[in-house]
Design a protein around this ligand. Structure first.
Ligand SMILES: NC(=O)c1ccc[n+]([C@@H]2O[C@H](COP(=O)([O-])OP(=O)(O)OC[C@H]3O[C@@H](n4cnc5c(N)ncnc54)[C@H](O)[C@@H]3O)[C@@H](O)[C@H]2O)c1
Length: 433
């Protein structure tokens, strides 16, 4: 019946002159100019065509907002939503942003070309090492947020960055949690010299344990990479010389230095547990004695002590017999090593230090040569748990990070001396910001 009905309706259409057709009949195609089979499809499969049309239309309206957002909005790091997204998602967003902005800015050279701008936290960034690291990161075109409680850090170390829109400074104690949307965290916050870390040992261990926990928690939450600045002090008074990363150390857990030594050992443990347990991308640097401009003047570390004493025309104080050895790394070498570690693929720990080994008396001689050959040397009893020798084995960093220090003590010391001389002679030192 249905078939018959269809056939009869075809015939009727063909027979009627066009002027007599119903006004409600669909707009006629030109049936005679089309092949019969297409003609049939157009007329008999109208429902199918309508459905296909609806499908195409709805697909377009579903995709349209996404397409228009891609085309117009600015997903630059500064406009990002605060919803935590993974490190990889943010890299992808940014790759899109970079390629589109470079397409728009034909003829202009964007900052950090070929790589998106990262937002990086440096805890302890107002301190000696931190402030040099901040300069390095800003110079290469990335954004920095410094978190510091100014216990040993100074605004003076960062004042030259204050007008830079890619720089932010937050007064904050890492013992308290903080939430920031960032890509990388360099965790340096911790007093580093014996004078400062022994001043309030409970606060020092809290900074190392709770501060590191808070920063690892932040790294986990926002999917950031995390670098811990540990120390050669984790080797204690070493029974192995030079020290390799595989050496587990010889540390007094109840001594005056343990708030720092054991605090850093715990910080390393926490970093590894977050890495293994929560998949946080961590990096661990074990830093050996470092010197350079912006060190605290009177922090009890041997290089800053000798330099400040020689400039002030005071005798250089040598503790013990002066035969204990240390290695001294210039700060720019350390900063290069930290960045290489963060950007590399290896967790570590890595020794970052200069393997050149000096006794305290040899160091005193180099300082005298550089500042004042007539300076006297004064011997004092040694401090508790002072390691007898310290020298890094840096073969792991050489091989896996392609890093090694370049600046010798005789090259680096004069730069530090001129900074110290300016600050000591400047009456405002200590009264400033
Ligand atoms: N300089 C070295 O020779 C050396 C050697 C081994 C390890 N390290 C490590 O490198 C890092 C930096 O050392 P540095 O020599 O620059 O020391 P520093 O004392 O100059 O800097 C430490 C910074 O951390 C800040 N800080 C301390 N406690 C804080 C807290 N609770 N919250 C927020 N900020 C806090 C201080 O104000 C300061 O700005 C430290 O973690 C230190 O243990 C340094």
């Amino acid at each position: 019946m249905k078939q018959l009905h269809k056939q009869s309706s075809i015939r009727r259409d063909e027979e009627l002159p066009s002027s007599q057709k119903s006004p409600y009949s669909p707009k006629a195609f030109k049936p005679r100019s089309l092949p019969r089979s297409i003609n049939y499809l157009f007329r008999e499969q109208r429902l199918l065509f309508i459905l296909v049309g609806v499908l195409i239309g709805s697909t377009f309206f579903i995709l349209q907002p996404t397409l228009s957002r891609l085309g117009t909005a600015d997903p630059s790091p500064t406009n990002r939503a605060t919803i935590p997204r993974s490190y990889d998602q943010r890299r992808l967003d940014s790759a899109v942003y970079q390629s589109r902005s470079s397409a728009k800015l034909v003829g202009r050279v964007p900052v950090a070309i070929g790589r998106r701008r990262l937002r990086i936290v440096v805890t302890g960034g107002a301190g000696f090492v931190g402030s040099h690291l901040v300069d390095k990161i800003i110079d290469r075109g990335d954004e920095v947020i410094v978190i510091d409680n100014f216990f040993t850090g100074r605004k003076d170390n960062l004042v030259h960055q204050f007008s830079n829109p890619r720089f932010e400074l937050i007064r904050h104690d890492v013992v308290e949690p903080i939430l920031l949307e960032v890509d990388q965290i360099y965790h340096l916050a911790c007093p580093a010299s014996p004078v400062h870390y022994k001043y309030n040992p409970v606060k020092t261990i809290k900074t190392n344990v709770m501060g590191t926990l808070n920063m690892l928690g932040l790294a986990k939450r926002v999917g950031a990479k995390f670098l811990l600045t540990s120390t050669s002090e984790v080797y204690g008074d070493p029974l192995e010389h030079p020290q390799k990363e595989t050496y587990w150390g010889n540390v007094n857990p109840i001594g005056e230095r343990s708030c720092y030594d054991e605090g850093k050992r715990t910080a390393e443990t926490l970093a590894m547990d977050y890495h293994r347990g929560a998949g946080v991308e961590v990096r661990i640097a074990r830093i050996f004695n470092t010197y350079g401009p912006r060190m605290c003047l009177d922090d009890g570390r041997v290089v800053s002590n000798f330099v400040a004493q020689a400039i002030r025309k005071l005798p250089l104080t040598v503790y013990g017999d002066g035969k204990q050895t240390r290695s001294f790394q210039y700060v720019s070498d350390l900063v290069e090593g930290l960045v290489a570690l963060m950007e590399g693929e290896h967790v570590g720990p890595f020794n970052l230090g200069n393997p050149g080994e000096f006794t305290m008396l040899e160091l005193a001689e180099v300082v005298k040569e550089t500042i004042d050959s007539s300076a006297a040397i004064e011997f004092r009893p040694n401090t508790a748990d002072d390691p007898h020798k310290r020298k890094p084995d840096i073969s792991k960093a050489k091989e896996l990070l392609n890093w090694e220090p370049k600046v010798s003590l005789r090259e680096g010391l004069p730069v530090m001396v001129s900074d110290f001389r300016n600050r000591i002679l400047n009456e405002d030192e200590g009264k400033g910001l």
